[in-house]
Design a protein around this ligand. Structure first.
Ligand SMILES: Nc1nc2c(c(=O)[nH]1)N=C([C@H](O)[C@@H](O)CO)CN2
Length: 118
């Protein structure tokens, strides 16, 4: 199966378990890999047969911007389920980076894979 990816997708959202985190927006960064057979799109040169990464990006940004979850676990799971159900994607891998959440760490977050690759 081929992979379409979105790397370094930065989105500001309300996320966190502490009171102060409920009053501000924090940046999260998503790296998303989506299994998708690109052969029809390649043969036809027609966006109708492609996984439109602009539409995927717009949907994910809109969803995350308007979310207000406490845990990054909940947010990443909801994004994965959205991608699997709203787009014809059989498998997705997401890396969620909540940069700055740990002052002594450059990066902190979660990596998940959902669905079947082939
Ligand atoms: N496994 C998790 N641990 C923690 C989370 C989380 O979402 N999942 N969140 C926090 C705080 O919100 C933290 O990001 C504030 O710095 C702590 N641990």
């Amino acid at each position: 199966m081929d992979i379409i990816f979105l790397g370094g997708l930065e989105i500001d959202t309300i996320i966190g378990i502490y009171d102060w985190e409920r009053t501000i927006k924090q940046k999260i960064v998503l790296d998303i890999e989506m299994a998708f057979d690109i052969q029809k799109a390649a043969a036809s040169d027609d966006i109708a047969y492609a996984l439109d990464y602009k539409k995927v990006s717009d949907r994910v940004v809109d969803f995350v911007e308007h979310s207000q979850y406490f845990l990054v676990e909940k947010l990443i799971e909801e994004v994965a389920q959205l991608l699997l159900t709203e787009f014809a994607i059989p498998w997705v891998k997401i890396i969620l980076n909540k940069k700055g959440a740990i002052s002594r760490a450059q990066d902190v977050g979660i990596i998940i894979e959902r669905g079947q690759k082939s």
